[in-house]
Design a protein around this ligand. Structure first.
Ligand SMILES: [Zn+2]
Length: 285
């Protein structure tokens, strides 16, 4: 029977119709990547300049021996020149797009996928994400940082090579703002964190828990807004991925890999868009 469900983290009611199940073929499949891509270490294609990288000790910036690296996004959506946002006309406000936009190439091998990388490498990728998010958030005037992985051309990927893009902007994100407001109201009414409260109930109920380990829990949210939406929440309270404890990153890598493998097994490698925000309380896929 179709149901309305109130999103506990926002104001929306979601109309769910479980009987209208989608088949794996409804999503399409991402083909395997070619051996080389414009983001490969040996590529002569013009990509953005290197901003940061993980490479062996004694190596140097720009060398081809990187394991993970951040490049200026080749199609910069924002300029690094600060602008004041919010001033101007009463009804039709606009401002030059200011912020920071980079891509993170997660592995030198274009054929590697997030779910096939060794756990040690994926842990290093998560640590790199954390550093890049924290540095972007510390830039003057930045109000929102978002890291997205577009997997598959149908999901907006520009390259077949595994990569993420980081966008930092001086304007707030309305969905995160809504979550923060709802969580603050919940804390005022109940004296506890909304995310930790929901997580506790979900672990007890075991109805929507996908998988879990000592540090993280993957679950299907009560009021999913997209098919197969999956959240990964920390067991220990934390307010931003940029401050997540290093000793829990291997556990996050394991859970993330298990979730992506399960989605690929069930849906035959669908295109997808997981997002991590530097300003909300959790990591969501
Ligand atoms: Zn909490």
């Amino acid at each position: 029977m179709p149901l309305f469900r109130k999103d506990p983290f926002g104001r929306a009611w979601v109309l769910l119709s479980p009987e209208r199940g989608l088949e794996p073929s409804a999503f399409g499949s991402v083909p395997p990547a070619p051996e080389r891509s414009p983001l490969s270490p040996e590529s002569k294609d013009r990509v953005g300049p290197e901003i940061a990288a993980v490479r062996p000790a004694g190596s140097h910036s720009g060398a081809a021996d990187w394991r993970i690296r951040a490049l200026a996004h080749p199609a910069q959506l924002v300029s690094s020149r600060p602008t004041e946002v919010g001033a101007g006309a009463e009804l039709f406000k606009q401002a030059a797009a200011y912020g920071h936009h980079e891509i993170i190439v997660e592995h030198p091998d274009a054929r590697q996928r997030l779910e096939t990388m060794p756990i040690e490498h994926l842990t290093e990728v998560l640590r790199f994400y954390r550093e890049r998010i924290a540095l972007a958030a510390a830039r003057p005037g930045i109000a929102h940082v978002q890291l997205t992985r577009n997997v598959g051309r149908a999901a907006g990927a520009v390259y077949d090579h595994p990569y993420a893009q980081l966008l930092a902007v001086p304007v707030t994100n309305r969905w995160v703002e809504e979550e923060v407001a709802v969580a603050a109201a919940h804390h005022a009414a109940h004296g506890r964190c909304l995310f930790c409260h929901v997580l506790e109930r979900e672990i007890d109920a075991r109805e929507r828990v996908v998988t879990q380990n000592d540090a993280y829990v993957a679950l299907a949210p009560f009021a999913s807004k997209t098919p197969f939406e999956t959240w990964i929440l920390p067991r220990h309270h934390g307010s931003s991925f940029s401050t997540v404890a290093s000793n829990t990153l291997p556990a996050l890598a394991e859970l993330l890999r298990a979730v992506v493998r399960a989605i690929n097994d069930a849906l035959d490698y669908p295109p997808y868009n997981p997002t991590t925000t530097g300003t909300s309380s959790c990591c969501r896929a």
